[in-house]
Design a protein around this ligand. Structure first.
Ligand SMILES: *Cc1c(COP(=O)(O)O)cnc(C)c1O
Length: 339
């Protein structure tokens, strides 16, 4: 009983922060769009939340702006530093420029050039360091300590989580009717934490289902272990979610707000990129297609029909060169999914 009250208080705290987040000074309200071909194929009504249409082509701008706008005048003067596989970096760079804050961003050397340029073109400093996100993160934390710049976590921060939670606020307003489940891609857990907190407070009947790459399933590992674990290895095909350890703030929410966490393969992601293309004529990045891949696997496994299922289409930052690989693998992913 005491625990339940504490949990309710935590959700209320986040709902208030989400409602007060001034993200629309930079982010846009994205469409919640029907996916007719997918809906027909799956026998369920599939809606896509088009976060790939944000100014930086991913939802990260929401959390980054909400974090920076809450810094004190002194913190703003000292500047910010962050580590990111790319999309958070662009969010921070754009938010920092908007607010006149100097920003340094550490990115793994494997980051697609498109995302590195996205940072530099927005006036921030991009430092390439480490093979994957965990190494970039360690370096950025060290630099923050030495330079006195404020570290801006891509996911493990209440202001970031609240910014991402505005996605859920829009979904519930855009779709007040029947809603069975929201499928959310998971990297470090900021997005799913914000969405889950808002939805479970207002519409607890709506299922929240996390979808992870099988090569970076750090939320599933943490929920199984009952604590945060660090994955020994992380695959980077879905570079937007290549995170080895779920955030502590996010896990606090996810452990009682997330109904299920599933994993999908890279080939399933490629197939989902094609599905999204077929319905929208837009290209998503691998992480951006996680939720659609998750819905397909979920429907195949459970056999549900006639439900209304939302997928967060979270980002579109993919190098043009990678599309050949995606197109080649897409056919294989289709086979994966049917089984
Ligand atoms: C960051 C990101 C995610 C995952 O968000 P987390 O808050 O790290 O869980 C999913 N998709 C894209 C495109 C992203 O950039």
């Amino acid at each position: 009983m005491t625990v339940a009250l504490t949990e309710q208080a935590l959700l209320e705290h986040y709902v208030k922060k989400i409602l007060a987040a001034p993200v629309y000074e930079l982010a846009v309200r994205t469409p919640l769009q029907a996916a007719p071909a997918l809906s027909e194929a799956l026998g369920n009504r599939i809606l896509l939340k088009r976060e790939d249409l944000q100014p930086t082509f991913s939802f990260k701008i929401r959390g980054a702006y909400n974090k920076l706008v809450h810094l004190t005048a002194e913190q703003r003067t000292r500047g910010v530093i962050t580590a990111s596989a790319g999309n958070h970096a662009q969010g921070v760079a754009l938010a920092a420029r908007e607010l006149g804050i100097s920003a340094s961003i550490v990115m793994p050397v494997t980051t697609p050039e498109l995302k590195v340029l996205g940072v530099r073109n927005r006036g921030a400093e991009a430092l390439l360091h480490g093979e994957s996100f965990p190494f970039a993160l360690a370096y950025a934390l060290d630099l923050a300590e030495r330079t006195g710049r404020e570290f801006v976590s891509p996911f493990d921060d209440p202001d970031v989580i609240a910014g991402q939670g505005t996605v859920a606020m829009e979904i519930l307003r855009q779709h007040p009717g029947r809603l069975d489940a929201i499928f959310v891609p998971v990297g470090g857990g900021g997005l799913i934490a914000g969405i889950a907190a808002y939805v479970k407070y207002l519409r607890p009947d709506v299922r929240i289902i996390g979808v992870e790459s099988q090569h970076s399933a750090c939320l599933q590992a943490a929920l199984l272990a009952g604590e945060r674990v660090t994955l020994p290895e992380v695959g980077t095909f879905a570079d937007g979610v290549a995170v080895a350890q779920i955030g502590a703030h996010g896990l606090d929410i996810c452990r009682f707000c997330v109904d299920e966490v599933m994993t999908v393969t890279n080939d399933q992601l490629c197939a989902a990129i094609k599905d999204i293309y077929d319905d929208t004529r837009s290209i998503t990045e691998p992480s951006g297609a996680l939720a659609v891949a998750g819905i397909k696997q979920y429907v195949a496994r459970t056999g549900v029909r006639g439900e209304t299922l939302v997928a967060i289409d979270s980002g579109a930052n993919i190098n043009f060169d990678s599309l050949r690989h995606v197109a080649e693998r897409a056919a294989l992913g289709v086979e994966d999914c049917v089984s």
